[in-house]
Structure formats: C-alpha cells, structure tokens
Design a protein around this ligand. Sequence first.
Ligand code: MN
Length: 154
Amino acid sequence: MNLKKYQKKRDFKKTNEPKGEKSIKNNQIFVIQKHNSTHLHYDLRIQIQGVLKSWAIPKKPSKIGTKRLAIQTEDHPLEYANFEGEISEGYGKGKVEIWDKGIYKNLKDKSMKKCFAEGKIEIELKGNKLNGNFALIQTNIGENKKNWLFFKTK
Ligand code: MN
C-alpha cells in the first residue's frame, strides 16, 4: 500500500476519515461517493492491488454512455469504500455519501495493475445504479495525464 500522500494531507485528530491502517480482504470492489465539497463531484474508486485507485468526476456519472471527465486523485485505503460523513477539516471539506457501490470484473486479459499503468481500464460494474461494461481511458486533455474519461461502453 502506498498511502503516504493520502495520510500526509490529513490530520487524523481533526478528520473522521479512515487512516488506512487496516487491510480489508474484500475482493474487487468499487464505490462512487457523492462529495458535496466546494464543488459537488463524484469520487470513483476501484480496488487495485490493495488500495482504492481514485478519480474525481465533476458531473454525475452517466448510465447510458455519456463520457465524463475523471480526474485521477491520490490512492485511498480500502476502508474508504465504507466512508460516509462530514469531512470537517482540510482537504475535501464537505459531506460524503455513498452514491453507488458494488463489485467489478476486469474484462481484459491483463492484470488491473497493467491496465491502470497503460491507461486503459475496461470493467464490468455490478452496482445499484451503474451496471454493465464501463471504460476508464487516460487522455491528454489539457496535456494533463491525470485526466481520464469514464463512460459506459454498451
Ligand atoms: Mn472528493
């Protein structure tokens, strides 16, 4: 787990977010947290190699295939998938609630780690709101490698 950046940004005496010390043996989970911060956004997180790889989506994820900008943010601990509440201090101040949660299946023959590194993730989501095949593709929008696109493929 590499959660140094996540932990460094937070004072855990002041925030009720998980520290990321425990490891949870859940398999292949994804979660989307509606985060009513300075700007309302949706935090997509998918489990890859013991952490939640994370993206902030400025607009509500589309169930029908509209492409959404997804800006990669720092890895979060697995426990974060269960987190709901008010972040009171520092980074990301505002209310967090789970918008969708479930499991996913990797649709490619490569490992998720490799798909992530290559910037081309294709997964089947089994959630309450999002169901079916979705892609997360790294782009060069604004020449920023943190910019990905998230959309339903069929
Ligand atoms: Mn957020």
